[in-house]
Design a protein around this ligand. Structure first.
Ligand code: ATP
Ligand code: MG
Length: 561
């Protein structure tokens, strides 16, 4: 990781940690990233990962990766493995500190027994509907369940029988005995265990009761010696409950919960439920569809871990929820790829050009730098012959004055090559479509930086017709056509952008790109950044994803953002 990243800007969490270290409250910093393995990580999770692992790195502490797997219904090994892979991909390492909340089940159960023994938890027989009714409202205190005054001995017996499988699913719950009149609804005797016969991807059928998040989370933090437990703002109202469990159970640590604003990105959705629906209903090709805000999607699209880390640093960590524009993320990506991506030439919509005064059957090779500012990235040789392809958009039959590209009678420079002049336009007699340009070249104008004194305003990209490679290019646009999908009473799916994917076939690229490793990134000169698709590319038959354009075309179009 670079030095600039190591000196992260300060934020309110860093200030709290500084104070805790100065006051001696803590002598080290231990954070954790606690994903639930019920889906793939998205860019919002990246914010949390960079924050937690970044703090651990900067304060020379450590960050645990903990699978928060207390909800067997939706969790799987596949998701857990993908989470590990993606945290590594982002550039972070938990070392030996990989944990699973499901490994704590026995411990958590004993702590539940402790609460019961202390008269601080009871087994309740209310149905979910009754429980809701008894709970009261924001303006009205709740009522105690008839089971609230059961004796500790009876509760202990019932709790153990719950665990033993004596009762059907949902028949009973274990509840913390706190305060049914609390203005904070979370403290109105929250459920801490529920009966649910569901196969767990790790513990199998060993358990038929599972702990609730609000109970399992603080205790897992305490067990691991977490000092600062960072979560998103919606858990602010749960903090008194977090502290209540820490205060009333004989846990080994005293973690402190601190809330920060979650990341919301425009033109996409970030709830795992919605992302799963998009996958299941076939709106996208999978979790790793390059239009998805998932890390697997962004990776396949060509995003770099460095760009995502820079983004997470740039947006900062604050206390108020704010929407971040997608262009912020894309700018971080452009900055990184501009530095790191080798240049190449590709033509998306080829138009044949015949160089009439270049001998048939002959060819040349031009030297082309892989990066204009980085000689250390080397160079390659690109073939040239009598027939080449240029971009259809780089020709206009009747151009405006400032069109410095090809037009009848006009000259352009071929990137790394000669100056050519358009002498004749060949059209399909029926459709009138331009099918070929016949040009002549000036043999004295070769060179990447020729000092031939010729004033030619335009330089265009091109490839050799015979020795270029046909390929498919996938261009992506925003997955949704509005900044905040699902607003105004609409289903978020109604806002899917029908033009978010366009597949171009018959594109042509330099021959060397036939052998690139899947996932390799390039700047196709004048077009944008592209990445060889990691799933669909084959040797000699690459498929390229357009990662991002060279400039923000949405800003140019003034799409009201
Ligand atoms: P979802 O609501 O989409 O299911 P989640 O918050 O339940 O997401 P978890 O797997 O529990 O998903 O999240 C793991 C960690 O990532 C949590 O600490 C959570 O606060 C954090 N996180 C999730 N989404 C965001 C986000 N958009 N911005 C910042 N942090 C996030
Ligand atoms: Mg969660």
């Amino acid at each position: 990781m670079s030095n600039s990243e190591a000196k992260a800007p300060t934020n309110f969490i860093r200030n709290i940690i500084d104070e805790d270290l100065a006051s001696g409250r803590h002598d080290k910093v231990i954070t954790r990233f606690p994903p639930e393995p019920n889906g793939y990580l998205h860019i919002g999770h990246a914010k949390s990962i960079c924050l937690n692992f970044g703090l651990a790195r900067d304060f020379k502490g450590r960050c645990h990766l903990r699978m928060d797997d207390t909800n067997p219904e939706k969790e799987s090994v596949e998701y857990a493995e993908a989470i590990k892979d993606l945290v590594h991909w982002l550039g972070y390492d938990w070392g030996e500190h990989l944990y699973y909340a499901s490994d704590y089940y026995e411990r958590l159960f004993r702590w539940a027994e402790e609460l019961v023994e202390k008269g601080l938890a009871y087994v309740d027989d209310l149905t979910p509907e009754q429980m809701r009714e008894f709970r009261g409202t924001l303006t009205e205190a709740g009522r105690p369940s008839p089971c609230r005054e059961r004796s500790a001995a009876e509760n202990l017996d019932l709790l153990r029988r719950m665990r033993a499988g004596d009762f059907p699913d949902g028949a009973r719950t274990l509840r913390a005995k706190i305060d049914m009149a609390s203005p904070n609804m979370n403290l109105r005797d929250p459920v801490i265990y529920r009966i649910q016969r569901h196969h767990h991807y790790r513990t199998g059928d060993a358990w038929c009761i599972y702990p609730m998040y609000d109970f399992a989370h603080p205790l897992s933090d305490a067990l691991e010696g977490i000092t600062h437990s960072l979560c998103t703002l919606e858990f602010e109202d749960h903090r008194p409950l977090y502290d209540w469990f820490i205060d009333n159970i004989s846990v080994p640590g005293r973690p402190r919960q601190i809330e920060f604003a979650r990341l919301s990105l425009g033109f996409t959705v970030m709830s795992k439920r919605k992302l799963l629906e998009l996958v299941r209903e076939g709106h996208v090709s999978g979790w790793d569809d390059p239009r998805m805000p998932t890390l697997v999607g962004l990776r396949r699209r060509g995003f770099t871990p460095a760009a995502i880390r820079t983004f997470c640093e740039r947006i900062g960590v604050g206390k108020s929820d704010a929407w971040i524009d997608m262009s912020v993320l894309e700018d971080c990506l452009r900055e990184d790829l501009n530095e790191s991506a080798p240049r190449a030439m590709g033509v998306l919509s080829p138009l044949r050009v015949v160089i009439t005064n270049f001998p048939e059957g002959q060819s040349e090779e031009f030297e082309a730098a892989n990066h204009p500012q980085k000689p250390e990235m080397g160079s390659r040789r690109i073939p040239f012959s009598r027939e080449i392809y240029v971009e259809r958009d780089d020709f206009m039959e009747d151009p405006p004055k400032k069109f410095f590209r090809l037009a009848p009678g006009r000259e352009v420079r071929l990137r790394y090559g000669y100056i050519i002049r358009c002498d004749e336009v060949v059209k399909d007699p029926e459709s009138g479509e331009v099918t070929e340009l016949r040009c002549s070249y000036d043999p004295d104008t070769l060179g990447a930086n020729p000092k031939d004194g010729r004033k030619v305003k335009g330089t265009i990209h091109w490839v050799c017709a015979a020795r270029s490679l046909a390929c498919e290019v996938r261009q992506y646009d925003r997955l949704f056509s509005v900044p905040n999908p699902g607003t105004g009473g609409a289903d978020y799916r109604a806002h899917l952008n029908p033009d978010s994917l366009s597949i171009l076939t018959g594109c042509r690229v330099e021959p060397a790109l036939g052998e690139v490793a899947p996932g390799s990134r390039f700047q196709f000169e004048r077009l944008g950044y592209f990445c060889a698709d990691s799933k669909d590319s084959a040797a000699g038959r690459p498929v390229f994803n357009r990662t991002v354009t060279l400039r923000d075309s949405w800003a140019k179009l003034g799409q009201g953002r």
